[in-house]
Design a protein around this ligand. Structure first.
Ligand code: HEM
Ligand SMILES: [Ca+2]
Ligand SMILES: [Ca+2]
Length: 296
């Protein structure tokens, strides 16, 4: 079973090593926080929070991280996990799972950029496989309509309110132009001046696929509720962001979180804590990987 002090005897330096590694990485690469939160979300929704997303492909196996939807995950969070795992293996070999490392890193980074703190229960095991072909349909896409997104979360036990709270993660980080550019011109939900600015920022994106914009133009690096305040003003970036304000099932929660940051923090923390134990493997259902990018 999971517990808060899972490593207190077997790896007493766990907390210290995690904190040092995470702080160093975030200070030198401030985009690590958003990247790690998205990495964690994608790991958990694809076959559970089991580190399956960290495995690299081989000649015989195309792994999850090479599925189309994961190709935009930045390198920094993967690098962070490697650093933490390397340091942990020196102090306490074969003890700490990669799945636990991501869960703690996501929590610490959310807190570090201004968001809420919540407890992360430990003792997850790592998956023994990772296949790109298994994740089709497991992750939301910005062009899905709201019913599809609601159903996708509901199938995993998350309510509409929890889904809206979790989407508040878009208060930090980036989206690449290809994720929204086809909607900007013909979607009236965008604020016209904002649409103009997005078009301009993305004008060269067919030639330059790395072009991207902030998810929250007001406070892109701070975890707060400005994302929800942006939506009624037409300042959402993705079609799915606009959808949250334009669907009667989700709109009341957008309005609630736009008004009340404490409520957003409370609900986000609770929902992310719930997500962080989704589909976990314990006991013999998994292993402690020696390297996070390969099964033992
Ligand atoms: C509700 C449905 C959701 C959809 C359709 C969606 C879609 C996307 C897309 C297309 C991007 C841009 C990625 C890129 O271009 O690099 C993105 C970014 C991001 N998403 Fe979501 N997302 C959803 C929910 C969530 C949830 C629940 C979380 C976490 C709890 C999350 C966390 C993030 C973060 C942190 C980023 C920024 C990543 C970065 O800066 O590297 N998203 N999302
Ligand atoms: Ca997984
Ligand atoms: Ca923000």
């Amino acid at each position: 079973r999971l517990s808060l002090d899972y490593y207190s005897k077997t790896c007493p330096s766990f907390n210290k090593i995690m904190q040092e590694t995470i702080t160093n990485k975030q200070i030198t690469s401030p985009t690590t926080a958003a990247g790690t939160l998205r990495l964690f979300f994608h790991d958990c929704l694809s076959n559970g929070c089991d580190g399956s997303i960290l495995i690299t492909s081989t000649a015989f196996n195309k792994a999850e991280r090479d599925a189309d939807i994961n190709l935009s995950l930045p390198g920094d969070p993967f690098d962070l996990i490697v650093r933490a795992k390397t340091a942990l293996e020196l102090s306490c070999p074969n003890t700490v799972s990669c799945a636990d490392i991501i869960a703690v890193a996501a929590r610490d980074l959310v807190t570090m950029v201004g968001g809420p703190y919540y407890n992360v229960y430990l003792g997850r095991k790592d998956s023994r496989f990772s296949q790109a072909s298994t994740i089709e349909g497991q992750l939301p896409k910005p062009n899905m309509d709201m019913s599809q997104i609601i159903d996708l979360f509901a199938a995993r036990g998350f309510s509409i309110q929890e889904m809206v709270a979790l989407s508040g993660a878009h208060t930090i980080g980036f989206s690449h132009c290809k994720e929204f550019s086809s909607n900007v011109g013909n979607d009236t939900q965008y604020n016209p001046r904002f649409a103009q600015a997005l078009k301009q920022a993305c004008s060269d994106y067919p030639n330059n696929p790395t072009l991207s914009v902030f998810n929250d133009i007001m406070t892109p690096n701070k975890f707060d509720n400005l994302y929800f305040q942006n939506l009624p003003k037409g300042l959402g970036v993705l079609k799915s962001d606009h959808g949250l304000y334009n669907d009667p099932r989700t709109k009341p929660f957008v309005e609630l979180y736009a008004k009340d940051q404490n409520k957003f923090f409370q609900d986000f923390a609770r929902a992310l804590q719930k997500l962080s134990v989704y589909g976990i493997k314990i006991g013999r259902k998994g292993e402690i990987r020696r390297r996070c990018d390969a099964v033992n």
